[in-house]
Each structure stands twice: as structure tokens, then as C-alpha cells.
Design a protein around this ligand. Structure first.
Ligand code: SIN
Ligand code: MN
Length: 274
């Protein structure tokens, strides 16, 4: 299946780009159709049930939390990552050619899906991978409806404009690979209580709720997190992180390539091929 059906979608307007720059995020309902999402969910479930190092689990050791790096060898996700609605949008926001630094599908399983503490993504990419500037953008696609009950992503509007906030760090966990604490519910770099209070004082916190097929674009420095899934339904969300080819990390990371891609060649849209 090639994701070329654009439906009611059209490239971002000037007004939307300006809103994104001001708020650090943009929520776009109905970008992908129900049928397209059905295909993606089926593929996601295959990845979740396939053993491999890029699959991570909740603290119970058996509930899948996320899978990473699938845009490289899964035909459906490879195609999705070169769709005008994902790649085209990322290029518009970044203003340059881009590659995918990271891909993931967070499962947030019914009842068992644990929180993501407040954090800024760029801190991980800067400290762990040597990314120089916060030029990357996240394109998230809702594979399930995100509701007030199933742990939707929470964002602090405008917080990206503060740049990097010195992170809090938990005590290291014994017997765990360092990179595992970049994906667990007791996250490595978090935004502390007083910093959260300060940055949310003016404009508060918003929750990114919306139907399946919604796209959420968010800045790599925006303060965000999410709560536990208290509902009987999963809250699966796919994320592609596109980074400018002129902002490729300069140091060698120790992290596996499913977390920090080594393939930094500029991506081309399916329709630009040949
Ligand atoms: C979530 O899936 O709720 C968190 C995603 C993220 O922090 O990038
Ligand atoms: Mn994040």
C-alpha cells in the first residue's frame, strides 16, 4: 500500500506554520483515513508481537511499551515516512532536506500503559547522540483515538521558546542498559517540578486529544509528557522524528541505530522518485 491518497489534506498554510512557531505544536485532525489507519495498526501489532531488541516493555516485563526503527525495513512504514503528509510537512517546518533520526510506535496499552514523565526530546538527542541544534520536528500520528482517559500527550504551549531546560536525573538502575532508561516510565532526563510550574504559569497545559488519523506536529524542545492509560482501550501513537541534513549529529553515539539512525541521507517523497 502506498500512502499517496491526500484526501482533504493540503500542505500547511502560512497561518498554520506561524501558529506552530508560536505554540510549538499543531494538531491536525483527519489527516489519515480510517482505512489507512487500519493498515498501520495491523502492521504495528505485527511489530509488537515480533521478538527483537527494538521492542521495549513496561516495568512488568511483558506489556509491550514501544517499538523503534521500523521505518528502515518495514515496507508500509517506509512508504508512510515518505508521504507528503509526513515528510512534506517535516520539510516545510524544518525548511530543509531531512532524514529520520528516530521512529517509534508507543503502545500505551489499555490499563497497563504507564506514563511518560515531563521532558524535552532534544535533551536526549543532544546529550546522547550529539545533535547540535534543536532543529528536529516530531510528526505523530494517532493510531487510536486519544481521549482524556487513555493518557493523551500533554504539552506546555510556547515552552519550546525557552530552549533547553537543565534536566533532572533519577538514580541509575542496576542491570539495565543506559539506553533503556531513555524509553522507560522512569525516564533519564526529565523537567522538574519548579521548571514545569514556571514554564506553564502563563499558558497552562493542553492535552492533545483527537480521533484516529490525527497528526500532531511538535517541536523538539517543547515540554511534554503523558499520564497512564486508565481506559480499557489502547492508545497507540506513531512518531517520526525528522532532522535537518545540516544538523546531523557530529559525535558518535553509543545508542543502537534503532534509536539514533546512522542513515542520514535526505529523504525523497514517493512521488519525487524516478
Ligand atoms: C507518549 O507516547 O505519550 C509520549 C511520547 C513522547 O514523549 O515522545
Ligand atoms: Mn518525548
Amino acid at each position: 500500500m502506498v500512502f499517496s491518497e491526500t484526501g482533504p489534506w493540503s500542505p500547511l498554510s502560512e497561518e498554520q506554520v506561524n501558529r506552530y512557531r508560536r505554540d510549538g505544536f499543531l494538531l491536525l485532525p483527519g489527516v489519515f483515513s480510517e482505512d489507512e489507519v487500519k493498515v498501520l495498526v495491523a502492521e504495528a501489532e505485527i511489530l509488537y508481537s515480533t521478538d527483537g531488541p527494538s521492542r521495549t516493555f513496561e516495568a512488568d516485563g511483558r506489556t509491550v511499551r514501544a517499538v523503534h526503527g521500523f521505518h528502515r525495513d518495514n515496507v508500509v512504514f517506509h512508504s508512510l515516512s515518505r508521504d507528503p503528509r509526513t515528510l512534506g510537512t517535516a520539510r516545510r517546518i524544518v525548511g530543509d532536506d531531512v532524514y529520520i533520526h528516530q521512529s517509534k510506535i508507543n503502545a500505551k496499552r489499555a490499563l497497563d500503559g504507564a506514563p511518560w514523565p515531563w521532558h524535552q526530546d532534544f535533551v536526549f538527542w543532544q546529550r546522547e547522540d550529539g545533535m547540535v541544534e534543536p532543529k528536529a520536528v516530531n510528526i505523530a500520528l494517532f493510531l487510536d483515538e486519544a481521549t482524556e482517559f487513555n493518557g493523551p500527550l500533554l504539552l506546555v504551549p510556547g515552552s519550546h521558546r525557552d530552549g533547553v531546560i537543565p534536566p533532572m536525573r533519577p538514580a541509575p538502575k542496576k542491570g539495565r542498559e543506559t539506553w533503556e532508561s531513555h524509553l522507560a516510565s522512569d525516564l533519564e532526563y526529565t523537567v522538574g517540578r519548579s521548571e514545569l510550574a514556571r514554564c506553564s504559569e502563563e499558558r497552562g497545559i493542553v492535552s492533545a486529544t483527537g480521533g484516529k488519523g490525527t497528526v500532531l506536529i511538535f517541536d523538539s524542545c517543547i515540554v511534554h509528557g503523558s499520564g497512564a492509560n486508565m481506559s480499557p482501550e489502547d492508545r497507540r501513537m506513531l512518531l517520526f522524528t525528522y532532522n535537518s541534513v545540516r544538523n546531523v549529529p557530529t559525535t558518535v553515539t553509543n545508542r543502537p541505530d534503532f534509536l539514533a539512525s546512522r542513515d542520514t541521507a535526505p529523504l525523497t517523497l514517493e512521488e519525487e522518485k524516478g
